[in-house]
Ligand binder design. Structure first.
Ligand code: PSU
Ligand code: MN
Length: 306
């Protein structure tokens, strides 16, 4: 590697990478800005446990004290989960270097986690849902930097699709334009985060983690930059049907607009409002889909290491 990034590895992650053993990266924005305390810590701990059960080593990524941490101690994870959203920077490609250079604390989004995972030599990353094209993007121009990152950084991202608060058809169109493989896992249609089926047909489908690992290897062999998005449907018993969640999303979106919520605040606002409006059901689903993605991420990492 030619970079000189200030990386601090948790000992078990360094050990696993040195021996070519499977490692799965995890993001931290979902902890600081995506879920409330204390469910955020419970989720983060459970996700790590699920990855261990799957035979891989978890590496939760965050910026603390001017360094990129690849894998957090239980104490650091707890401290991060208790950091109020206003005190932790929400880091994407644009802000990562500024946060590190200024010695601040920052939580990594999908985009920044991909960058850090790649710097660390980790090829798989599991999260909840990626950012994408927001509804009304034709006026706001709000398109998540996660999409550009998938186009340029070679990490396989496992998510339950894009978050259903977004304009999903436009999100998939942009990913196609950017040349990002969007692979539905085990079904023909793309999932819609809280729901198993978006009603939109996936451009690609795979049923086996070894196929996904082989496709990542082939992308590298062809010299194609960028990663892959694996769209993994939420388990049936945890899903919220589209006709139940859509009116709630519409209401949250209308409130965001009325209150002039913009830029980085949009996604956290919508997630917390939907949590309130569903009396916690959206959060319970969100946690289950993250765990499900972690399970698949571990299987892919194991296949890649074989
Ligand atoms: N998945 C979740 N909850 C979240 C996120 C993902 O289940 O909060 C975060 C990710 O970090 C993602 C970010 O990168 O939301 C997208 O933010 P934006 O729309 O501002 O790009
Ligand atoms: Mn945005």
């Amino acid at each position: 590697m030619t970079h000189n990034a200030p990386l601090t590895f948790a000992p078990e992650v360094a050990e696993a990478l040195a021996h070519g053993r499977p490692v799965v990266a995890l993001e931290s924005t979902i902890i600081t800005h995506g879920m409330p305390w204390p469910q955020n810590l419970e989720m983060a701990e459970q996700v790590e446990a699920v990855i261990r059960e799957g035979g891989a080593t978890p590496a939760t990524i965050a910026v603390m004290g001017g360094r990129i941490h690849i894998g957090l101690t239980p104490e650091a994870l707890r401290a991060l989960a208790q950091t109020p959203p206003a005190e932790a920077m929400k880091l994407s490609r644009a802000d990562l270097a500024v946060c590190i250079a200024n010695g601040r604390t920052g939580a990594t989004t999908v985009a920044a986690t991909m960058i850090c995972a790649h710097l660390a030599g980790i090829r798989v990353f599991a999260t909840g849902g990626i950012g994408g094209v927001h509804r009304g993007a034709e006026d706001s121009f709000d398109i998540s930097a996660d999409l550009q990152e998938l186009a340029q950084t070679p990490v396989t991202v496992v998510a339950a699709g894009a978050k259903a608060i977004l304009d999903l058809p436009k999100t998939w169109e942009v990913l196609e334009t950017l040349g990002v493989p969007v692979i539905a896992f085990g079904q023909d249609n793309l999932p819609a985060f809280w729901s198993q089926d978006s009603g939109l047909r996936a451009p690609l489908r795979m049923d086996d983690p070894t196929q996904i690992a082989a496709a990542a290897d082939m992308r590298a062999a062809l010299g194609l930059k960028g990663g892959q998005l694996v769209a993994n449907p939420i388990p049936e018993d945890a899903e919220i049907a589209q006709d139940v969640i859509m009116p709630v999303i519409e209401q949250a979106l209308a409130e965001a607009q009325a209150q002039g919520i913009a830029a980085k605040a949009v996604t956290p606002f919508l997630l917390s409002r939907i949590f309130e409006l569903t009396e916690g059901r959206s959060l319970a689903s969100n946690i289950q889909l993250v765990l499900n993605n972690a399970r698949l991420g571990a299987r892919i990492a194991v296949a890649m290491a074989a």
